[in-house]
Write a protein that binds this ligand. Structure first.
Ligand SMILES: N[C@@H](CCC(=O)N[C@@H](CS)C(=O)NCC(=O)O)C(=O)O
Length: 206
């Protein structure tokens, strides 16, 4: 059976769990990271030398890196749906996944850590302000695309929506000033109605 290691408060574990549940794959999730530890044990480091979550083991195939895991599960179990059959549609979804990892996530990380995980007296306000401005500017790029599409890759949900949806969940949950993003917010509400996100993206941000 597919095994997933990772705590549900991790945005990267959320992506994987949403994909697993979207595909109704039989699985077992093992708590790891944060308060659960596990990630610094020799057994775990043999699976992921980075000592991070998530990791999966699918019938002996061990994989880390959340977006790579979402791609693997989609290509293996969701050809034609989460993994679009058309190479251009697939590249479109794929491009947004890379954008999440290399642009939006790094832009928002300081605002998230500062405003959600750091006590008020220890906050670096300049870093938070810079991160807020940068992540908001990136969000407006997504807003523009979603003004003419129901999902990031077009009219159907793909692996790109899972990864971006988790990032949007975080961005929308950070207690900071945000520009109006009506199309992004409507897309997010559509995603949040999916049974697969219940119990994952419905947990409080921490
Ligand atoms: N690029 C990696 C990043 C993984 C990562 O940063 N994981 C964090 C949680 S989001 C982690 O393991 N932190 C240590 C911990 O949870 O104890 C991925 O996307 O999987």
């Amino acid at each position: 059976m597919l095994k997933i290691w990772g705590r549900l408060s991790s945005v990267n574990v959320q992506k994987v769990m949403w994909a697993v549940r979207e595909l109704a794959l039989p699985h077992e999730r093992i708590e790891a990271g944060g308060q659960f530890g596990v990630i610094d044990t020799p057994e775990y480091l043999r699976m992921n030398p980075n000592g991070q979550v998530p990791v999966i083991d699918d019938g002996g195939f061990v994989l880390w890196e959340s977006n790579a895991i979402v791609r693997y599960l989609s290509s293996r179990y969701a050809e034609g749906t989460l993994w679009p059959a058309d190479p251009c549609a697939r590249a479109d979804a794929d491009r947004w996944m890379d954008w999440q990892a290399t642009e939006w996530q790094p832009a928002m990380v300081q605002a998230f850590l500062g405003l959600v995980r750091t006590p008020q007296e220890k906050r670096d306000h300049a870093a938070i302000a810079a991160s807020t401005a940068k992540s908001n500017a990136k969000a407006l790029i997504l807003e523009q695309i979603l003004q003419s599409r129901e999902f990031v890759g077009g009219s159907q949900i793909t692996m790109g929506d899972i990864v971006l949806g988790c990032a949007a969940h975080r961005w929308l949950g950070i207690p900071m000033e945000r520009p109006a993003t009506p199309a992004l917010s409507a897309w997010y509400r559509r995603l949040m109605m999916r049974p697969a996100v219940q119990g994952i993206l419905t947990l409080p941000l921490k």
